[in-house]
Structures are given as structure tokens and as C-alpha cells.
Ligand binder design. Structure first.
Ligand code: FAD
Ligand code: UDP
Length: 369
């Protein structure tokens, strides 16, 4: 008899499996329908021997000391600060928009103070910051919004920024200095030997059994367990009872090239040209030394594997109905980006899983082995 059947071996499932097994001595069966652990953070060495992220670029960053210290038990780190460029009007410019972005784009030589005045002169007044359009036009005005955000967002989400919650574009700050880092978190690093190795270390415990290539519905009636932790899409768990919750999907096109370097930055965004949103070159992220280089293009899709919850009011309303059902389902705990319908980064999912662990077990010190 297993104490827990855990559905999904991504961040949510793996953190909970590790804690319940090593922290609370529970017997755990973790299943995933994919042929590997790690969920969307899974990485692997491709045919050319380059370490790549199968489901698009994953950059680790957090302000949570608890999460960073917890994950540090399973991996060493390679310090890495992420940088992104955007292809706009024939130029490759820093994004987040900063002093250099504006000066290069318009051929100006403003100081930070003058840029603040410039933003104030072009910004549109908004009584309330409700949508992803409000966030940007109220800071940098219409032209920069159109060039950097509007088409990228329409392509990525199939919706206009005015139809999406503020939190989507609020992920990308605006700066008046020359800082061109994508993130400013306290901890910014990549797992030294990759994410999959980190997950292998997490799940390497005598209380944990792993079953891959297995949909939980194939085994849930055959294998006895006391409680379930579910990290797949919440609407699917309830057979879409209230209708489908929209999740945005992507198609990834991976390529390897017979050259040392492909592009001038780890990620280049293409807001206005091409059907893809961005190209990532993995060597920047991994620090790998190799004669060849691997890249990935991201093509947004409505159908396909669910990758992103779509933050907008009607979806939140629909999710609330599923959440109420989830809360009223005894013996099943819902965790992670798909099961709680939250646009969470890796560290936020890890934090959510640690919190759920404390709640389930009543353990006050999650970090005790
Ligand atoms: P998942 O990783 O989706 O895991 C859920 C697992 O459940 C999957 O493996 C799935 O196969 C399995 N499953 C579902 N249904 C069933 C079933 N019926 N039976 C068995 N198994 C099932 N975060 C960052 O911090 N930094 C980044 O740079 C970053 N970049 C991202 C880029 C992309 C393109 C995407 C899509 C996400 C990115 N993220 C990033 C977010 C990150 O991927 C997530 O926060 C994290 O991986 C979510 O973990 P999870 O366990 O909730 O879900
Ligand atoms: N975004 C944009 N232009 C950019 C970068 C981001 O319009 O050059 C918007 C877009 O809506 C995107 C959101 O900001 O989906 C969040 O960007 P982030 O890079 O955090 O996306 P993720 O890495 O989660 O796909």
C-alpha cells in the first residue's frame, strides 16, 4: 500500500514526493505519462551531445532563500544572469526596455533622468491598471508598447494585451538605467549538471517508486494508495465538467548548427516578424563548451500540450468553479501550474509544493530530513 499516488513528476510532484518520502517517511508512487521525469523543466543531451531543454528555455531565479537552499540539496549551481534582446525595426535591442533600448531605437542620447521625463511625456494615464495593455502604455506610451509588446503578446496568447490580466506583461519590468538583466532576483543560477540530474537526485529514495509512460487513470484502480497528489490540468481531472479551461500551447522546433555561436544573446525575441516568438541558444544557459550549437524556436499554438494558463477574468471565474470542486474532493491534493491554474515560475511551484507538504503533514520545519 502506497501512502501517496503522485500524478506528474515535474516540480510540484517531485518536490512533494521527496518531502513526503524523505521528510515524513511516507511511501510514494509517482507516475508520469511522459517517458521522463522533470515535467516541463526536463533537459537532456541531444544527438550532437549538447544539453538542451526539450520544452523551451528554463532559467532559474528566485528571491526565496528557502526554495534555493532546498533545491541546493540536489544540485550544485552555475551562476547565470539571463539577458534577452528583441529584434525591432531592424535592430537588436535590450528587453526589458532600458536606457540603451530607447537611445538606440530613436537615435537619442538621453540620460536616465531625461528618459524618466520622456516616459512621463508619452505615458498614457490610466485610472486603474487592469490589463496587460494598461501596464505598458501607462509606463512607456503607445509607440514602445506597439513595437515591443502588442504583437508579441497577440502571437503568444492569441489575445490582445487588453484582454489579458496585468500580471502577464507585468512580468517584464521597464528601466531607466542600463541594467539589461532579464531578472533581478537574489538567486540566479542554473543547475550545474542540468535539471533532470537535479530531479533524479530528488527522487532517489527508497520510499519512492517511479512509473513513466503511465497515465494515472490506467493504474489508479489497480494500485492501492491512501491519498493522491494531482499536478495535471485541473479541468481534465474533473472530465471538463464545467467546460475546458484554456491553456496556451507551444510547438518547439529544435535545430543544431555546425558553428560555435548562432546569435548574439541567449534569447532573441521577435515581436513583429515571423510566426515564432523567440529563439534560445542553449550554450549561453548551460555554459557548455562544444564545437556545435543548439537552438529552439517557439511557435505559439491553441491546441497541444498545456503549457500556460491564460490569465484573464473569465478564465479565473471558470477556474474558481474547479477549485471549489477540488477543495471538496477528499483525499486528493492539487498542486502546480496546471492543477492550480497559476502562471507560476519554477521557484513558485516549488514554494507552493513545500507549503502543501507542511499543510498535509503538519510538519513545521519543512527542511528537516
Ligand atoms: P509540469 O512541469 O507541467 O508537470 C506536470 C506533469 O504531469 C507533466 O510531466 C505531465 O506529463 C504530467 N501529467 C499530466 N497529466 C497526467 C496524467 N493524467 N497522468 C500522468 N501524468 C500526467 N519557469 C521558470 O522559473 N523559468 C523559466 O525560464 C521558465 N520558462 C518556461 C518556458 C516555457 C516554454 C514553459 C512552458 C514554462 C516555463 N517555466 C519557467 C515554468 C515552469 O515550466 C513551471 O513553473 C514548472 O515546470 C511547473 O511544474 P509543474 O510540476 O507544476 O508542472
Ligand atoms: N512580452 C512581450 N514582448 C517581449 C517579452 C514579453 O510582449 O519581448 C510579454 C508577452 O505577453 C509574454 C509576457 O510578456 O507572454 C511574459 O514574458 P516572459 O518572458 O516572462 O514569458 P515566458 O518566459 O513565461 O514565456
Amino acid at each position: 500500500m502506497f501512502d501517496y499516488l503522485i500524478v506528474g513528476a515535474g516540480y510540484a510532484g517531485s518536490v512533494l514526493a521527496e518531502r513526503l518520502a524523505a521528510g515524513a517517511g511516507r511511501k510514494v508512487l509517482i507516475v508520469d505519462k511522459r517517458p521522463h521525469i522533470g515535467g516541463n523543466a526536463y533537459d537532456h543531451y541531444n544527438d550532437a551531445g549538447l544539453l538542451v531543454h526539450k520544452y523551451g528555455p528554463h532559467i532559474f531565479h528566485t528571491n526565496s532563500r528557502e526554495v534555493f537552499e532546498y533545491l541546493s540539496r540536489f544540485t550544485e549551481w552555475r551562476p547565470y544572469e539571463h539577458r534577452v534582446r528583441a529584434s525591432v525595426d531592424g535592430q537588436i535591442l535590450p528587453i526589458p526596455i532600458n536606457l540603451d533600448t530607447v537611445n538606440k531605437l530613436y537615435g537619442l542620447s538621453l540620460t536616465s533622468f531625461q528618459l524618466e521625463e520622456f516616459f512621463a511625456s508619452v505615458a498614457e494615464k490610466r485610472e486603474q491598471i487592469r490589463t496587460s495593455e494598461d501596464v505598458i502604455v501607462s509606463k512607456v506610451g503607445r509607440d514602445l508598447y506597439e513595437k515591443f509588446f502588442r504583437s508579441y503578446t497577440r502571437k503568444q496568447w492569441g489575445l490582445d494585451p487588453s484582454e489579458l490580466d496585468a500580471q502577464v506583461t507585468a512580468r517584464v519590468p521597464v528601466r531607466t538605467n542600463r541594467d539589461d538583466r532579464y531578472f533581478t532576483d537574489t538567486y540566479q543560477a542554473m543547475p550545474k549538471r542540468g535539471y533532470t540530474r537535479m530531479f533524479e537526485n530528488m527522487l532517489d529514495h527508497s520510499n519512492i517508486r517511479i512509473m513513466l509512460n503511465t497515465d494515472y487513470r490506467e493504474i489508479e484502480r489497480m494500485i492501492p494508495f491512501r491519498e493522491m497528489i494531482y499536478t495535471g490540468p485541473v479541468d481534465e481531472y474533473f472530465d471538463f465538467r464545467f467546460g475546458k479551461l484554456p491553456y496556451r500551447s507551444l510547438e518547439f522546433k529544435h535545430e543544431t548548427h555546425d558553428q560555435q555561436v548562432w546569435q548574439s544573446a541567449p534569447v532573441v525575441n521577435y515581436p513583429n516578424e515571423h510566426p515564432y516568438t523567440r529563439i534560445t541558444e542553449f550554450k549561453y544557459l548551460t555554459g557548455q563548451d562544444h564545437a556545435k550549437t543548439s537552438i529552439v524556436y517557439e511557435f505559439p499554438q491553441a491546441e497541444g500540450d498545456p503549457y500556460y494558463p491564460v490569465p484573464r477574468p473569465e478564465n479565473t471565474e471558470l477556474y474558481k468553479k474547479y477549485q471549489a470542486l477540488a477543495d471538496a474532493t477528499p483525499g486528493v491534493h492539487f498542486a502546480g501550474r496546471l492543477a492550480t491554474y497559476k502562471y507560476y515560475n519554477q521557484d513558485q511551484v516549488a514554494a507552493q509544493a513545500l507549503t502543501l507538504y507542511k499543510k498535509i503533514t503538519g510538519v513545521k520545519q519543512p527542511d528537516r530530513k
